[in-house]
Design a protein around this ligand. Structure first.
Ligand code: PXL
Length: 277
C-alpha cells in the first residue's frame, strides 16, 4: 500500500468567520502535504476577539464519541495538535487523546490569553488544567501572555523591548513544564521575535508590523507542525512559520478590518512542498 500522508489530529475550535483555529489550520496542513483530522472542541460563529457574542456549541460529547470511533478504526495520528479548549471538560478530552496515542508527537498551543489578559471564560481552574496538559506535551507554543500565565508571573506587558537574553531565559524557564518550547509574539523593538528552548536555544526575529490580528498564533502553530513533520529542526520550523505570518500580515491591506484576521489564502501555495510530487 502507498504511504499515507502523516496524520495530524487537530483538537481546536471551529470558528466560522474570523480566520482562526481550524479554519486556518486545516488548509495550512493540507497544502503542506499532511493529512489533518479535525476534532472541533466547540463550534463558534466567530472567535471571541471583538466580533460580539458568538453563537456557540460545546462539542465535548461529540469529541468523546469521535475519539472512540478513531480508536476503534485503528487510526493512529502521527501528531496531536491541541489549541483552544475553553472548558475543563474539553481539556480532559485533549488529555484523553494523549492517553490513547502515546506515540504521537503531542503539541499544545495553550490558547487562553493575549495582550496581557486571559480570553473570556478562562477561569483560574481552566488555566490550571491547561498548565497540566502542557506538562504532558512534547512541544508547547505559548505567546508572551500565555507564557507568563503558565509560569505564574505578572501579566502586564513589558514597557521596554525584550532583549535576546530575556527571550532565551523565558523559553528556558518554560522547559520546567514541557520538553520543547517556542514562545511567540515577543516585542523586541523594531522586531517581533520568538524564542525556543529544549534542543538548541534560538531566537528568530522578523520586522515588527504595527497591527495585531486574531489567528496568527494558529497560522504559526500549523506551519511549525507542518515543517517539523517534514523533517526540519525546530528553529527552522519557527523561522518558516514566523516568516509566513509576517508575509500574511504584509499582504493584508492596511484598511482591512483586523478582527477578520490575515489574508493568508492567496499565499498558501508558498507552503506547498517543492519538487516532491
Ligand atoms: O486564535 C485564537 C483563538 C482561537 N479560538 C477562539 C478564539 C481565539 C482568540 O480570540 O476566540 C474561539
Amino acid at each position: 500500500m502507498a504511504t499515507e500522508p502523516k496524520k495530524v489530529l487537530c483538537i481546536h475550535d471551529l470558528s466560522g468567520a474570523g480566520r482562526c483555529s481550524l479554519s486556518v489550520i486545516l488548509p495550512v496542513l493540507a497544502v503542506m502535504g499532511l493529512q489533518p483530522i479535525a476534532l472541533p472542541t466547540m463550534l463558534l460563529s466567530t472567535h471571541t476577539g471583538g466580533l460580539g457574542q458568538p453563537a456557540r456549541l460545546d462539542c465535548e460529547a461529540y469529541g468523546r464519541a469521535a475519539l472512540e470511533h478513531y480508536r476503534a478504526l485503528g487510526l493512529v495520528p502521527d501528531c496531536i495538535y491541541v489549541g483552544y479548549l475553553g472548558t475543563e471538560a474539553l481539556v480532559d478530552l485533549a488529555a484523553e487523546a494523549f492517553r490513547l496515542w502515546p506515540e504521537a508527537v503531542k503539541v499544545v498551543d495553550p490558547v487562553m490569553a493575549d495582550g496581557g489578559k486571559p480570553y473570556s471564560g478562562f477561569t483560574p481552574a481552566v488555566i490550571e488544567k491547561v498548565r497540566s496538559l502542557c506538562a504532558a506535551a512534547d512541544l508547547i507554543l505559548p505567546n508572551l501572555t500565555e507564557a507568563r500565565l503558565l509560569l505564574g508571573q505578572d501579566l502586564a506587558l513589558p514597557a521596554e523591548p525584550i532583549t535576546q537574553e530575556q527571550a532565551l531565559d523565558l523559553a528556558a524557564q518554560l522547559t520546567r513544564i514541557a520538553g520543547r518550547v517556542v514562545v511567540t509574539g515577543l516585542p523586541m523593538g523594531k522586531f517581533v521575535g520568538c524564542a525556543g528552548a529544549g534542543d538548541e536555544p534560538f531566537v528568530v526575529r522578523h520586522l515588527h508590523i504595527d497591527r495585531s490580528f486574531p489567528g496568527t498564533g494558529d497560522l504559526f502553530g500549523a506551519i511549525v507542525i507542518g515543517s517539523l513533520l517534514r523533517g526540519n529542526v525546530l528553529s527552522a520550523a519557527a523561522d518558516a512559520a514566523a516568516g509566513f505570518v509576517a508575509q500574511a500580515i504584509q499582504h493584508t491591506p492596511r484598511d482591512a478590518d483586523t478582527r477578520f484576521g490575515v489574508w493568508f489564502e492567496p499565499l498558501l501555495p508558498r507552503l506547498a512542498p517543492m519538487g516532491e510530487l
